[in-house]
Design a protein around this ligand. Structure first.
Ligand SMILES: Nc1ncnc2c1ncn2[C@@H]1O[C@H](COP(=O)(O)OP(=O)(O)OP(=O)(O)O)[C@@H](O)[C@H]1O
Ligand SMILES: [Mg+2]
Length: 372
């Protein structure tokens, strides 16, 4: 089954993905805030929608959940259609768990009653499930409290437990860990994911934090202006970004410019291949600070060029800062007076004005044509 031919209403196939979103668009006030978004999520897989504020992440989730209607496209679960332009299964009949940015607990119910809200069956089994979940979200002993007695982060964890309780086959999570402090967040995040994986739930997780996406996702869909601009495993998105903005979303970047002649671009760091880019085109060579190698200045000269690291170029340290697990060194380059950044593991704090030679791992440079 291809992404372009989702199954018809009511039809199921053995290989259907747990969740399939195909060509989804959503228009508000004449503006298309989600544009032709397609992705699939398998059972136990975590798909992260990553992108800046306002790019359409929550709207995409809301359409999948059934609380917003699309203008085009369809959503299928296990091959069964949940909605398209004309048909829509009500939210409560979709078997989808939700944790939204603006989650709300039932204020008049206890924590235990909130968590057991969607559960049916013998009381002992329900209570056992509630106990198990409260333990997972680190809220043992909270079952009889009411939401107003809880901090924001504690309430968020109750919402998480409530959404997980009925073992939904699809879970939609919109920035579910954003209100938690760092220490709690890492623990709860890992616990939650393990639980969802164990239960074979397909997860769509929305975040605007690249570190969170890298840490949690099996697949990342990078969104911009309502569209998915790149989709893939975290490693691939990080190491083969589709354009400069995609590279810049994950870390600081360095950019130098050049012009293509005969498929090659001459730069101070040596020649770069620019496959498929026409002669005379201006290109940007983009690389991350952690892929810059530093060498000491030996009476005005640097290390010899190598095939792996290209040609070194000299710069003067402008400032150096210790960032915790690495140091960030900023340079003003001799060749054009431009600034480049390098990160070095551990503590490396050379004085301003120190000359150092920079070279760049060739296989970690990305070459993109300059766009207006
Ligand atoms: N009900 C609505 N009516 C009109 N415009 C809306 C509506 N919901 C969202 N929008 C607009 O659609 C765009 C996408 O919003 P959305 O909430 O999907 O962004 P987001 O990627 O989740 O952002 P954030 O990271 O800030 O939560 C925004 O410009 C927003 O103002
Ligand atoms: Mg949002």
């Amino acid at each position: 089954m291809s992404l372009d031919t989702p199954t018809a209403p009511g039809e199921t196939t053995a290989q259907a993905p747990r969740l399939e979103v195909a060509h989804l668009s959503c228009v508000f006030d004449g503006r298309e805030v989600v544009r032709d978004v397609s992705f699939r999520v398998a059972p136990g897989e975590i798909m992260c929608l990553l992108g800046p504020s306002g790019c359409g992440k929550s709207t995409t989730l809301r359409v999948i959940a059934g609380i917003e209607r699309q203008s085009a496209g369809s959503v299928h679960a296990d091959g069964k259609m949940l909605c398209n332009e004309v048909f829509s299964t009500p939210p409560e009949a979709r078997g989808i768990g939700l944790i939204f940015q603006d989650f709300a607990l039932f204020p008049h119910l206890t924590v235990g009653q909130n968590v057991s809200f969607g559960l049916r069956g013998p009381k002992a089994r329900v209570q056992a499930r509630v106990g198990e979940l409260l333990e997972r979200v680190d809220l043992v002993g909270y079952a009889d409290k009411t939401p107003h007695m809880l901090s924001g982060g504690e309430q968020q964890r109750v919402a998480l437990a409530r959404a997980l309780a009925p073992r939904p086959r699809i879970m939609l999570m919109d920035e579910p860990f954003s209100g938690l402090d760092n220490r709690l967040r890492d623990g709860i995040r890992d616990e939650t994911l393990q639980l969802l994986k164990e239960e074979g739930t397909a997860v769509v997780l929305v975040t605007h934090e690249p570190e969170e996406a890298m840490r949690m996702a099996d697949q990342i869909a990078l969104m911009r202006d309502g569209q998915i601009v790149q989709k893939g495993a975290p490693y691939n998105i990080y190491n083969a970004p589709c354009d400069k903005a995609a590279a810049a979303f994950f870390s600081d970047i360095n950019v130098i410019r050049g012009r293509v002649t005969g498929l090659l671009t001459d730069t101070v760091f040596g020649q770069f291949l620019a496959p498929g880019v026409g002669d005379g085109t201006e290109v940007e060579i983009v690389f991350r600070p952690q892929h810059v190698k530093l060498d000491f200045d030996r009476h005005g000269s640097g290390p010899n060029p190598t095939p792996q690291d290209g040609v070194p170029a000299r710069g003067l340290v402008e400032r150096a800062r210790f960032m915790g697990h690495e140091s960030l060194v900023e340079f003003r380059m001799d060749f054009d007076g431009g600034r480049l950044k390098a990160t070095v593991p551990g503590v490396f704090l050379p004085k301003p004005g120190t000359p150092l030679w920079l070279s760049v791992r060739r296989d970690r440079c990305f070459v993109f044509p300059v766009t207006a």
